[in-house]
Design a binder for this molecule. Structure first.
Ligand code: GLN
Length: 277
């Protein structure tokens, strides 16, 4: 895994800030100005700063978009959720320290391609187009797209989305699914956060939201007067994305993931956040 000096710097800053606030979460924001460090590989850095390199090599950088409960979301100053705990458990098995980068959902794949992040863990659906740009591990859970509407809506199923204003999160499988309705005269409104789409619907700006089932449940539970329609629109699998061709990391993660499935640890993490119906 190629590590960059910036990761070391960020880790150092993080440790400092974590110590200061007593938080046990790891949060960094996307580093905007990483260019100066980009050309320095871990190997080169090691020659200059041998001590820090060892630490850097042990950092597993996870890119995510922490707006997707119960998989990843903000809780006070921390980023928590199923994906965070799964990634923590994997990092532990790999003998690495997890570092979280909270960025826009549609920046996660570019972040992996550039090598700034090692893994993308973001309730990310395995998808043909994405497979052209990244590799996916074995899936760790299944999901579906659902429709959220106001309780008094005349939209009762997917057919009724025709000609309507549909809100989605930019760059998600919900966006891909809903975009098919453009041919039917529907208008797709793309938001940076799923929650913003729900708010827009509450304000009467759009008629429906297409989003993954578990975040949908969370948003509906937190808002009055909205509901999820029964009919699921898709069947999807979530997996962890890595840089294309990084089979070494892919294999290691698949092994760790297999062990977490086998031991029941993965299910225990999911059960902690999602109660069975
Ligand atoms: N599962 C959806 C996708 O992969 C949404 C993920 C998300 O918004 N974090 O596109």
């Amino acid at each position: 895994m190629k590590k960059q000096v910036i990761a070391l710097l960020m880790a150092a800053v993080m440790v400092g800030s974590m110590a200061a606030c007593g938080s046990d979460g790891a949060e960094t924001t996307a580093a905007a100005d990483t260019t100066s460090a980009e050309t320095t590989t871990a190997g080169e850095a090691a020659d200059e700063e041998g001590k820090e390199e060892a630490a850097g090599d042990n950092v597993l950088v996870m890119a995510t978009n922490a707006e997707f409960p119960p998989y990843e979301y903000h809780d006070g100053g921390d980023i928590v959720g199923i994906d965070v705990e799964v990634a923590e458990a994997i990092a532990k098995k790999l003998g690495m320290t997890l570092e979280i980068e909270d960025i826009a959902f549609d920046s996660i794949i570019p972040e992996l391609e550039s090598g700034k992040a090692d893994i993308g863990v973001a309730g990310m659906t395995v998808d043909e187009d994405r497979l052209k740009n990244v590799d996916f591990t074995d899936p760790y859970t299944t999901a579906s797209q659902v429709i959220i509407v106001k309780e008094d809506s005349d939209i009762a199923g997917p057919d009724d989305l025709k000609g309507k204003y549909i809100g989605v999160q930019l760059g998600t499988t919900g966006d891909i699914y809903a975009s098919d309705y453009e041919a039917d005269g529907s208008t797709i409104e793309r938001y940076n956060k799923g929650f913003e789409a729900v708010q827009a619907m509450q304000q009467g700006k759009i008629d429906a939201v297409v989003i993954d089932n578990e975040p949908a449940k969370v948003f509906v539970s937190q808002n009055e007067g909205i509901k999820i329609l029964d009919e699921a629109l898709t069947v999807e699998e979530y997996a962890i994305a890595v840089k294309k061709g990084n089979t070494e990391l892919l294999d290691k993660i698949n092994k760790a993931l297999g062990e977490l499935k086998e031991s029941g640890e993965l299910q225990a993490i999911i059960d902690k956040y999602i109660s069975a119906e």
